[in-house]
Design a protein around this ligand. Sequence first.
Ligand code: PLP
Length: 374
Amino acid sequence: MAGEPVIPVMRPWLGPEEAAAAADAVASGWVAQGPRVKAFEDAFADRVGAEHAVAVSSCTAGLHLALVALDLEPGAEVVVPSLSFIASANAPRYVGAEPVFADVDPVTQNLTVKSVEAVLTPRTRAVMVVHQAGMPADLTELRALCGRHDLALVEDAACAIGSTHLGAPIGAGSPFVVFSFHPRKILTTGEGGMITTPDAAVADRLRALRQHGMNVSAFDRHRSGHVVLEQYVETGFNYRMTDIQAAIGLVQLTKLDAIIERRRELADRYAELLAGHGFGLPTDPPWGTTNHQSYVVRLHGDVDRNAVLAHLLAHGVSARRGIMAAHREPAFCDHPHGPLPATEQLTDHSLILPLFHEMTTDDLQQVVAAISCA
Ligand SMILES: *Cc1c(COP(=O)(O)O)cnc(C)c1O
């Protein structure tokens, strides 16, 4: 199929509405963090049922700030899955803490109470659960575990906007839930992230931390009509989202329901057509629904995954390897860890098939045809 267009693994759903909203922000003269960021935070908090939402420049920045706000002592341990994008494992290192790798469930790809308990020590202070590929983790059990051991639960919900747990959207009910708006995720602002928290004082601190530790924002100073002298109350960062990004995010948020509905429709179609081929396919867990941020297909251990990826590409389908494992990367090569058998099985023997809002039934059938003869 040389010369034929390749079906991408993901394509963001952006249109003239986003372009117009960004142009409006530019025309307004307020292009850095301002009124549109505030409006995006309010709309986002409302959509996920959270008390407070704090916009940041990326999910990675949000994970960093959540861990700063926990005031961990040097050497404190944060349990994370190795099976995740590298940002989950990097975040504890930013604050001088130790990421401790726990294994995952071989079907949901998420941390479990058992896998977390296996790596707890007297130095464990927090658990970072990742809703991998949008699959909601078993939060009821994990929250109970964190309650028993006095641990903070941070949800890496980079992929999980629009997924649900016990009928409620992911985004409330834990001390910190952190989302991504990278184009590879469900909603995009180019780059961007959001932290939700139930605690007003924590939200205020996060707002200061994202702007150099400053106790008053440029927007609030502008609005006040008085001379306001700011203070720098602690060492902060520049992790601000821009109003241009927030303008796009406000439009994207109105598309969320349609995006989830379409992704779940396409995933159902994949499940129908791929049934009986010996693949492990993503399905909703008993406690929630997935947004199918990535359609991860598990292969038999004796299948050469990389050969399947090459075969797909030769047939005009751009697939990807499954979720990476941080403990296999050079940045963590001298980092100690226990056995991670499910993580290693998943990272070696799974792949991600194309799934995006504007994908057609013909596209999907082409993918199915290609993988069925691999
Ligand atoms: C994409 C992703 C991130 C990083 O998100 P950015 O917004 O690009 O910083 C973190 N964790 C997980 C699980 C991700 O998939």
